[in-house]
Design a protein around this ligand. Structure first.
Ligand code: GLC
Length: 752
């Protein structure tokens, strides 16, 4: 008895000194918490509140404001965003570290979303690569370039699942699927934060916008998001949970209200889920002025009430508005808040600054070792643009072209350097971008060129003539159209997602020349291309491909590289179908080709119930233009021999699946083999399929490969109507293939 008590005491005393740091994968001493508390004890209440202030500056201001300098000197600022002048950063940090009483380093943040100077494809494009190594590499390069300029905190990755292409911020999103988005979350965070927190050249990540911001009603930015709790947990929270497990240093709250409570002051999200259920030890920052916007939401009466509600919910740091600075001390003095609530927020911020090495390295050690816009970075940017491109349509193998084919390079985005960089390109320079026109010129391939329209929204038909003339002198038209960068991103939602301006009309005019048309799209979202699809012979979605979009397109057009991207979002026929997503429930009356009668085929005077009462639109039907996971290559693959190791499983088993994939075409190709599961019957209706695994394989013509998947049965669980997470016994379907639509299927039984 004595021995066991001694042993227990020994274990407990060790536990009080050491803990296992999961982000480092090693035992660390409790010095971190001891250091946090020792710093906290030295702070006045004003200095504590100062740590909660994220001050905005403009990257276009030439001088540091005296007001900011004074606030830093008084210890009234915890972090600064948008300061991109390294000298100003070092000067301000010097004041914080040497002239303020508290001597706590400032954090310097910036939206480094898809590159800093070397611009990579927009995040929705990177999602289309389904290549986590690529995402990690591009994020690491972005981190190195930003760190070299005095930034060590990025407001990325954006992890908002989005099912509605009208939403402008779909461009920044990881797409519609929680499994793919969770894999992307980990890749971004590992890329930004590097192998250990605070390593020179790394950035502190910020998982945003917590949560369900992408469910904004109608796809209209900042709009309310009404999401059932089971769907919130099984879809929208998944990538954020992955971000916690990946060690994201910070989180950012969403602008919108979730089920009536703004995320900025949403106790359920912040306290119950992020801080209690997930035990998150970083800090949560508001979005721009979002504390103050609680008044406009109708959730706070005034700024004092806003400060009270946000702090009560657990929001740690306030971005740019000043409700905390102005009212927290008074709220504590008036006993509306306890100083311990303030202390908790300060601890989270101090802990993060300690954990990411800001005290040891406040001045960006070795920042000059990290190159910007190097050939290696540009080569990675080209590789990313190639791997993100999705070949949607390729009639009679129109692509790839022979370099002997005479081409007319047309369209408003064929030479639009700024536009191809996409949204959130604060620091990328269009002068560094190589457009398609420049790429063809650099390669010395003769071609006709005409913009056809001066910019994507233009309705000016005076440019048509030159484009038609150029087309007539060529064998094939490569039309580069789509959206200017400003037509997606924050606050830039579109109700009508067709090609803007007179692009449709121009393409139809060009079609009259009877030349083959290759439609290349540069846009921040899937577009309604119904009007032109019957008149073009290939469609290649490049998204906004970044600095090296032109050279990437060149290699794809001539087959030097092959397309391998897969849609991370369902591609609608029209915005009128939205929201539209693959992992939907079946309804009691699912539509099918056998039941659907297109509007124009309805007999006049048809009997009311003669059209088949199923879930569809009379005019648009029930299917998307292109399904989630779709993407063609320059070769073909066959899928066969889908095999399950067992046909009956228990809840603690692992589902083992194999299938044979063969390159049956004539050229090399990369295929993303996707595995979907369906829980056929549940206590709540379940999605008709859910992505549970994928693997990318590259095969030469004639080669084949057995692909294996191992899925823990427990991962098939879901949140039922009582929010219990569980798997339920019954029949499951296993589907595998190269998109969510073309799938081999097998079944198994999960026993009680
Ligand atoms: C913006 C965005 C957010 C960004 C922040 C700082 O309004 O919503 O994603 O990180 O402000 O620029």
């Amino acid at each position: 008895m004595l021995r066991s008590r001694y042993f227990l005491t020994l274990i407990l005393s060790i536990a009080c000194i050491f803990y296992f740091d999961s982000t480092k994968g090693c035992w660390a001493q409790h010095t971190l918490e001891a250091r946090v508390d020792s710093i906290l004890k030295t702070l006045s209440i004003e200095e504590k509140i100062g740590q909660l202030n994220l001050r905005g500056t403009s990257s276009r201001s030439k001088e540091l404001s005296q007001e900011l300098i004074e606030q830093v000197r008084k210890g009234e600022v915890g972090a600064v965003l948008n300061l991109t002048n390294p000298q100003q950063v070092m000067a301000l940090q010097e004041i914080a570290m040497k002239e303020s009483r508290s001597k706590i380093p400032l954090m310097f943040g910036r939206d480094v979303i898809h590159g800093y100077k070397t611009m990579f494809p927009i995040p929705l494009a990177l999602a289309a690569s389904w290549d986590m190594e690529l995402v990690e590499t591009t994020s690491a390069i972005a981190a190195h370039e930003a760190y070299s300029q005095g930034i060590h905190w990025t407001f990325a990755p954006m992890l908002d699942i989005c099912r509605d292409a009208r939403w402008g911020r779909i461009a920044e999103s990881p797409g519609e699927d929680p499994y793919l988005a969770s894999k992307l979350a980990v890749a971004y965070i590992r890329g930004f934060q590097g192998s250990s927190p605070g390593k020179p050249g790394s950035l502190i990540a910020c998982a945003k916008h917590f949560a369900a911001y992408g469910a904004a009603e109608g796809g209209r930015d900042y709009n309310t998001a009404q999401v059932s709790l089971p769907v919130l947990h099984d879809v929208y929270l998944k990538p954020f949970e992955a971000a916690v497990e990946a060690g994201a240093g910070t989180f950012m709250a969403g602008f919108q209200d979730l089920n009536g409570v703004p995320c900025t002051a949403n106790r359920y999200l912040i306290q119950d889920i992020l801080k209690t259920k997930w035990k998150y030890s970083g800090f949560l920052v508001s979005d721009w002025n979002a504390n103050k916007e609680l008044i406009a939401h109708g959730y706070a009466e005034d700024e004092k009430d806003a400060a009270y509600k946000a702090m009560s919910a657990g929001l740690d740091m306030e971005m740019t508005s000043k409700t905390y600075e102005r009212f927290l001390k008074q709220l504590i003095q008036e006993k509306f808040l306890k100083e311990e609530q303030l202390n908790e927020a300060v601890r989270n911020i101090i802990r993060t600054k300690l954990k990411f090495g800001l005290f040891e390295n406040p001045y960006f050690k070795d920042r000059n070792l990290f190159p910007v816009l190097s050939q290696e970075h540009l080569s990675q940017a080209k590789d990313a643009a190639i791997k993100s491109a999705v070949l949607l349509h390729n009639q009679a193998s129109t692509l790839p072209l022979s370099q002997k084919t005479s081409i007319a390079l047309l369209g408003p985005l064929a030479d639009a350097a700024r536009e191809q960089l996409g949204t959130w390109t604060f620091d990328g320079n269009p002068n560094d971008a190589i457009t398609p026109k420049k790429a063809w010129e650099q390669k010395g391939i003769p071609f006709q060129y005409a913009a056809g329209l001066p910019y994507s929204r233009s309705k000016d038909e005076s440019y048509f003539k030159a484009a038609i003339s150029a087309a007539k002198k060529s064998e094939v038209i490569i039309f580069v159209g789509g959206e200017e960068a400003i037509l997606s991103g924050e606050a830039h939602s579109r109700a009508d997602i067709r090609l803007p301006g007179n692009q449709e009309k121009l393409i139809l005019e060009l079609a009259k020349t009877k030349k083959k048309i290759i439609l290349v799209l540069m846009a921040g979202r899937p577009l309604d291309i119904q009007a032109v699809l019957p008149h073009v012979h290939a469609v290649l979605m490049m998204w906004h491909p970044g600095t090296m979009g032109g050279p990437a397109l060149f290699d794809l057009i001539y087959g030097t590289s092959y397309p391998s991207g897969k849609l991370p979002v369902t591609w609608p026929k029209s915005g009128a179908q939205l929201p539209l997503y693959y992992n939907h429930t079946n309804t009691g009356r699912p539509a099918s080709a056998s039941s659907f009668i297109p509007l124009d085929s309805i007999p006049v005077g048809a009997w009311q119930s003669s059209l088949g009462n199923t879930s569809h639109y009379l005019d648009l039907g029930y299917a998307p233009q292109f399904p989630f996971g779709h993407g063609l290559g320059y070769t073909e693959f066959s899928f066969s021999q889908l095999h399950l190791k067992q046909s009956i499983y228990q809840s603690d088993d692992t589902l083992r699946v194999s299938l044979l994939v063969k390159n049956t075409g004539k050229s090399m190709g990369k295929e993303t083999v996707q595995l979907y599961l369906q829980d056929v019957t549940g206590s709540v209706v379940r999605p008709i399929k859910e992505l549970k695994a994928f693997e990318q394989i590259t095969l030469a013509p004639g080669m084949e490969k057995e692909v294996y998947f191992a899925i823990p049965i427990a991962s098939l669980g879901f949140h039922d109507s009582q929010l219990n997470f569980r798997t339920e016994p019954g029949k499951f379907k296993v589907m595998a293939g190269n998109s969510s639509a073309t799938l081999l299927t097998e079944e198994f039984i999960l026993e009680p």
